[in-house]
Design a protein around this ligand. Structure first.
Ligand SMILES: *[C@@H]1O[C@H](CO)[C@@H](O)[C@H](O)[C@H]1NC(C)=O
Ligand SMILES: *[C@@H]1O[C@H](CO)[C@@H](O)[C@H](O)[C@H]1NC(C)=O
Ligand SMILES: *[C@@H]1O[C@H](CO)[C@@H](O)[C@H](O)[C@H]1NC(C)=O
Ligand SMILES: *[C@@H]1O[C@H](CO)[C@@H](O)[C@H](O)[C@H]1NC(C)=O
Ligand SMILES: *[C@@H]1O[C@H](CO)[C@@H](O)[C@H](O)[C@H]1NC(C)=O
Length: 206
């Protein structure tokens, strides 16, 4: 019987150990996509980065993720968990209405996308909390998120993220382990809120 809970609860308290922010910018817009050429977004204070990565050095499998901007890369979120792009033709862009699209430049196959209510001047910003938020240009991300990565956790709980049902969006947010350390597709272990009876944090395997 599987006993250990593998879903990793990573609540690192990182202080201001990091140096100055980079020029890479923290914002994706319809006119500023990201290609798999080493481009990244870096949060304003430098704590998190978003971009393409391979879980195993040298692998052709490419994912869009968010990681702590430290030398031992710690991935905290993955967009296309079970659908890697093979090779470096990936492209993360934003449509004119604010939905995010992960495509393969060769075939225009959509590997992952985010839903979004139609926005007029959308932007997506990587916040210093590690949350990637789609909103109207210039609005307050804490109150105006049209879509946010914190609503779609992978295996890592960051400070400020909530699990369980959001009754207004109907999302039941949980943490699901990676299949293996080299494969971010959903694995056997899930942690979330069991709302049958008194709400409680539960972790289980399939
Ligand atoms: C964070 O990212 C920026 C931009 O890539 C880089 O200059 C900086 O050295 C990084 N910080 C750490 C601690 O890795
Ligand atoms: C936004 O644009 C995308 C890509 O063009 C499209 O698939 C999607 O249906 C649009 N969403 C809305 C709410 O208009
Ligand atoms: C966002 O709004 C600012 C002013 O509030 C403007 O300078 C900028 O060009 C806008 N960016 C986009 C992508 O619309
Ligand atoms: C539920 O989602 C809505 C819309 O994104 C958000 O405004 C609200 O704060 C969320 N509530 C909880 C408890 O997360
Ligand atoms: C956990 O969340 C994922 C993504 O929303 C969903 O596909 C999966 O069914 C959920 N698992 C459980 C056990 O609730």
């Amino acid at each position: 019987m599987k006993s250990a809970v593998i879903a990793s609860f990573l609540c690192l308290l990182l202080s201001t150990a990091f140096t100055s922010p980079s020029n890479a910018g923290d914002t994706l817009t319809p006119r500023r996509p990201i290609s798999d050429d080493g481009s990244t977004l870096t949060s304003d204070g430098g704590r998190f980065q978003l971009g393409f990565f391979s879980p195993v050095a040298g692998s052709l499998d490419r994912y869009i993720g968010i990681w702590y901007n430290i030398s031992a890369r710690t991935v905290v979120w993955v967009a296309n968990r079970g659908r890697p792009i093979t090779g470096r033709s990936g492209h993360l862009s934003m449509s004119e209405n604010g939905s995010l699209l992960l495509t393969d430049g060769r075939s225009s196959t959509i590997y992952w996308s985010s839903s979004s209510p139609a926005l007029a001047e959308p932007e997506a910003r990587l916040l210093e909390s590690g949350n990637f938020v789609v909103m109207e240009n210039g609005s307050d991300p804490s109150s105006s998120a049209a879509w946010q990565s914190f609503d779609h956790p992978t295996d890592t709980l960051l400070p400020g993220m909530k699990l369980g049902w959001n009754l207004s969006t109907g999302l039941n947010r949980n943490l699901t382990s990676w299949a293996t350390s080299s494969d971010p597709s959903p694995g056997d272990y899930v942690a979330g809120i069991d709302v049958a009876g008194v709400p409680q944090l539960v972790a289980f395997s399939y």
